[in-house]
Ligand binder design. Structure first.
Ligand SMILES: Cc1cc2nc3c(=O)[nH]c(=O)nc-3n(C[C@H](O)[C@H](O)[C@H](O)COP(=O)(O)OP(=O)(O)OC[C@H]3O[C@@H](n4cnc5c(N)ncnc54)[C@H](O)[C@@H]3O)c2cc1C
Length: 418
């Protein structure tokens, strides 16, 4: 997509209206949702994305009921669902015995949400959908190929240094949202610690046209526990809406990224999942470093961190992007409060809520999800699988499990944090 042809103001604020100005650093899913939400609430928005294109590498797709509710509030949930796959169920499998252990059914959430299902819509489609909606608001622009280099602030404003091509300049705004991802320049510039750890293994993501529904009886979201190797298998629609599957597996300790993505390893990984998989069906290969981290601060004065800039987690459970969108929605409420003259205690609620909820719901669940899938001790492994079975069989526990995995419980918990 081409850079916006509507230039952002430079050096000093040249706003023609009284609207307060928000700069959003980073045009990933968190940044675009934050930008749209701000535009809808009457802020003037400048969204700056360093890359000159929309990254369509395979990352998030699973979007949970709580997040669909937010997307509905932003006004494009039908379009979002249309571009993805509706998933009523998710399943846990035992790879060692090739049997299904448990199936969770979102239908049990029907009394809790208008969206008793998850939707698998790839994150680049979300960005593609939202960018034109931002640009439709007067005074709101997005720029691809503009990098944020740093920010300074005083009591009245934030001054952001940017680079467009070889040219460096500054922009002024009332607030800066740092949605510039896990390596956030803004977080580093503010000297905010990113507490946590990085896993020694990386995660391979192999995209294939092989149909796991037909060959193994998988649903669209499957978590496979294995004493030798765990895996996740998901179906996404793809840009052509023809459907394809993503298989996620860890690298071996001694394996380099190149070795893990070489033909022989890719074929062997796929055939360990299903003997009938063929290399020719693999249409994309990617490898990711995986972290569990939370920023020590989510707010410094007029600068707010959101999404991966403020927290990272492993993708088992599909929670990172969902959490970023929840951040964005809490953040726009916070900026509205700031515009209305709220005091520091109210503004710090953003950090009190979002940091606490990330620890309680995202870090806790994703770490536990990974342990559940990779457990090697036979007794502990069996206990975890039995516990899943028992949870599925008990309607109260089944629903409670779904409330947490869908982050509906996180939204309820937010309201208890003043
Ligand atoms: C394999 C995998 C599967 C996943 N699956 C799921 C899932 O199913 N569900 C889920 O909820 N989450 C999932 N996640 C996590 C999800 O992808 C991330 O949480 C999500 O991308 C975070 O969005 P973000 O906008 O905060 O950050 P990013 O997507 O990283 O976007 C940050 C943007 O900022 C830009 N940027 C960086 N620096 C600058 C700068 N200095 N100036 C301007 N722009 C800058 C970057 O180019 C980028 O576009 C998955 C992750 C992986 C790796």
């Amino acid at each position: 997509m081409a850079r916006s042809d509507r230039p952002a103001s430079t050096s000093t604020s040249t706003s023609t209206s009284d609207a307060q100005h928000v700069i959003v650093a980073g045009g990933g899913p968190t940044g675009v949702v934050a930008a749209l939400a701000c535009a809808q609430r009457g802020f003037r928005v400048t969204l700056l994305e360093a890359a000159g294109f929309i990254d369509d590498n395979p990352r998030a797709a699973t979007t949970h009921p709580s997040t669909l509710e937010y997307i509905a509030r932003l006004g494009f949930v039908d379009e979002f669902i249309e571009k993805g796959l509706v998933c009523r169920y998710f399943q846990f499998w035992d790879r060692d015995t090739q049997t299904r252990v448990a199936q969770f059914d979102h239908e049990l959430l029907r009394d809790e949400t208008p969206f008793p299902f998850a939707v698998q819509t790839e994150q680049h489609k979300l960005v593609q959908m939202v960018l034109p909606k931002i640009a439709a608001f007067a005074g709101c622009v997005h720029e691809l190929g503009t990098e944020v280099l740093g920010a300074e602030q005083d009591a009245q404003r934030v001054t952001v240094t940017i680079r467009r091509g070889a040219e460096t300049s500054t922009l002024e705004a009332d607030y800066l949202i740092a949605a510039d991802g896990g390596r956030s320049t803004i977080r580093k510039g503010l000297g905010i610690a990113f507490e946590g750890f990085t896993f020694p293994e990386r995660f391979t993501v192999l995209t294939t046209l092989h149909d796991f529904e037909r060959s193994l009886g998988c649903c669209y979201r499957n978590y496979l526990a294995g004493s030798d190797e765990w895996a996740m298998i998901f179906k996404v629609a793809g840009d052509d809406m023809a459907g394809r599957w993503r298989a996620v597996m860890p690298t071996r300790e001694s394996e380099s990224d190149e070795e893990a993505l070489a033909d022989a390893s890719v074929l062997s990984r796929m055939q360990r999942l299903d003997r009938s998989c063929r290399l020719d069906d693999v249409v994309h290969r990617k490898i990711y470093n995986v972290h569990q981290r939370i920023a020590a601060q989510f707010r410094v004065g007029r600068i707010y961190l959101a999404g991966d800039a403020s927290h990272l987690n492993n993708p088992i459970g599909g929670l990172g992007l969902n959490c970023g969108i929840h951040d964005a929605m809490e953040l726009v409420d916070t900026l509205e409060a700031a515009r209305d003259g709220a005091d520091e205690t109210r503004l710090d609620r953003y950090q009190r809520r979002r940091r606490t909820l990330n620890a309680e719901f995202i870090q806790e669940q994703t770490i536990n999800n990974k342990k559940r899938l990779e457990e090697k001790d036979p007794a502990a492994r069996q206990q975890r699988l039995d516990d899943l079975k028992a949870t599925e069989a008990d309607p109260v526990r089944h629903k409670a499990f779904l409330m947490r995995s869908s982050l509906l419980a996180s939204v309820q918990r937010a309201n208890t944090i003043a």
